[in-house]
Ligand binder design. Structure first.
Ligand code: HAM
Length: 419
């Protein structure tokens, strides 16, 4: 029986890992420059956490969650996203209470959504996220948006556009829902069954429908942005002004509603136009009510997440040359089994000096071991045989320069370090 990775999942092979390291290094650098702290939360949580935060009527909760019961019958779910866990963590540990500065957190890890797999859409995918917790000011929204923008710029992802919107607060949403329902009810029977149910419970979710008829019908619906209250409007103006000051280019797109229920005020997405339907590299927004809703103190917050696969796909599409991970520096080649002890000691000396080194197969010929160096971009080979053991002088080959020297065994490490 030959097994395959489950549908919608994939392996990251050794030859591809450098692509991940490339983007992860940029993420680590930028989050550190903005003073964000890394946190790690569980991969599974109580099912109810996602129902309450992401929303019962969303596609994610209704159709895409991996849910299961443990041996004690507890209902759990693999996390479909990270923000719910972060909000739960802040509420559970009362993290915000003693700090004046907002809490700046970031995370990366696998998320799980049971959707139809295609290029850029997987059932297990990696998200990176940043969450700024404790500030209601527009500058916090702009900071979050700017971090995402800078990461994509620094990674050299081509032709990214940033679209922003405001989805208002619960008060203006209530007014807007009345307007939207009125519009939807005019053609109620023409919508699909899902939409008909959603227009009763949570009309904004009708915008998520993938059905063509529904999409056509909702095209002329009133937009949230035209109904936001003065406070939300002032906040949105502040976000735009701050983004301008930060020189982050954006367009306002009133159609951005996001597929999760917890958003208030700002909502945004980074998009490219060359990845087909999976055109969103990342997105996020403000969620001022979520932490309190999960039992914490009233704490405003704003954040974003990005899909790492989509960033890598964008770079592959533009034929970007990913920098290679550090290659093996030294291959120690024992010539015959008598040299094995000395070769192991040599390798250990390299490791003490933080130089990567491994031992070649002593039963292969020197020629084929040297060929391996060429193939794998190894910088040096150290040859140890009977002669070398006797004389105490090891042969050091500089593979790239095609040069060879005989070096006292005690000086081999410093010789290679300084070459
Ligand atoms: P989201 O828009 O659902 O937001 O996901 C963010 C990003 O994750 C997407 O833009 C996409 O790049 C990637 N993504 C989502 N689903 C998949 C999939 N099936 N396969 C591959 N990539 C995918 C959130 O998850 C929110 N937590 C963002 C946020 C953080 N809001 C506030 N803070």
């Amino acid at each position: 029986m030959k097994y395959q990775a489950p549908r919608g999942t994939y392996d990251i092979l050794p030859e591809d890992i450098q692509k991940w390291h490339y983007i992860e290094n940029i993420i680590r650098k930028l989050t550190s420059l903005y003073n964000y702290y890394e946190v790690r939360v569980p991969i599974f949580e109580q099912l109810d956490l996602f129902k309450r935060s992401v929303g019962e009527d969303t596609d994610i909760v209704e159709k895409e969650m991996y849910t299961f019961k443990d041996k004690k019958g507890r209902e759990l779910a693999l996390r479909p996203e990270g923000t719910a866990s972060i909000a739960r963590m802040v509420a559970e540990h009362n993290l915000q209470s003693s700090k004046k500065e907002p809490l700046r957190l970031w995370y990366e890890g696998p998320m799980f959504r049971y959707s139809r797999p295609q290029k850029g859409r997987y059932r297990q995918f990696y998200q990176f996220g940043v969450e700024c917790i404790g500030s209601s000011k527009p500058i916090a929204d702009a900071e979050i948006i700017a971090i995402g923008w800078q990461i994509l710029q620094e990674a050299k992802v081509p032709d990214v556009s940033l679209e922003i919107n405001s989805v208002g607060c619960p008060e203006c949403r209530e007014q807007y829902n009345i307007l939207l329902k009125e519009f939807l009810y005019k053609d109620k029977d023409k919508y699909c069954a899902d939409c008909r149910r959603r227009m009763e419970q949570n009309p904004l979710r009708v915008f998520d429908c993938k059905n063509n008829t529904c999409r056509q019908l909702i095209k002329n619906a009133p937009r949230m942005l035209d109904s936001i209250c003065d406070k939300c409007s002032e906040h949105f103006e502040g976000v735009k002004k701050n983004l301008e000051m930060m020189k982050v280019p954006f367009t306002v797109n009133p159609e951005i509603v996001r597929g999760l229920d917890y958003y208030t005020k700002t909502a945004f997405e980074y998009k490219v136009n060359y990845l087909g339907a999976q055109d969103a590299l990342g997105g996020g927004g403000r969620y001022d009510g979520l932490i309190e809703y999960l039992g914490g103190k009233q704490t405003p917050a704003v954040g974003l997440s990005m899909g790492l696969e989509r960033i890598i796909l964008s770079l592959e599409k533009s034929e970007f040359l990913f920098p290679e991970d550090n290659n093996l520096k030294v291959l120690v080649i024992p010539i015959g089994t008598a040299a094995l002890q000395a070769s192991i000691e040599m390798m250990q000396e390299f490791h003490k000096a933080d130089i990567s080194a491994i031992i070649a197969d002593e039963s292969s010929s020197v020629g084929s071991n040297l060929k391996l160096c060429d193939k794998n971009n190894v910088s040096f080979a150290v040859l140890i045989g009977d002669n070398e053991l006797k004389s105490g002088l090891y042969v050091v080959k500089d593979i790239k320069k095609k040069a060879q020297s005989e070096i006292k065994k005690e000086e081999v490490v410093s010789f290679i370090k300084n070459t």
